[in-house]
Design a protein around this ligand. Sequence first.
Ligand code: FES
Length: 147
Amino acid sequence: MNKDWKALYRQDQVQEEPTGYLVYSESILDHFKNPRHVGEIDDPDGLAVVGDPSCGDHIRLYIKIEDEKIADIKYKVFGCAAAIASSSILSELAIGKDLDDALMITDDDVIEAAGGMPAKKAHCSLLGVVGLHTAIADYLMRREKGG
Ligand code: FES
């Protein structure tokens, strides 16, 4: 993993200026072409729909919880290449973590794991993160209600 993502981030900003081109890391390209954990869970313990399905980018994210850990994540994301790749990376970061640690995952963690992300695409990494946090909140509310 490239730990120097902030340098890549600055480099991307410079490269975007004159040309308008976006420069993606090898990891983002790999996750975009082969996204992990895509799909649905029939009987999820938590579910989130984040964004606006009627008019724009959004994610449906499902979680299964076992022993207070994220046992499985599935998602369907509608967005750009960065949103697809970062949702895939998020799923790999979160599976196996206990709930408190999963709630600590930030968009910066996803960007670091991605090996950097073009500045104008950094916000796309929030879709999966907010989806995960919302699905965990849904799980906690269901548990509170006993169902
Ligand atoms: Fe809208 Fe990336 S998800 S620009």
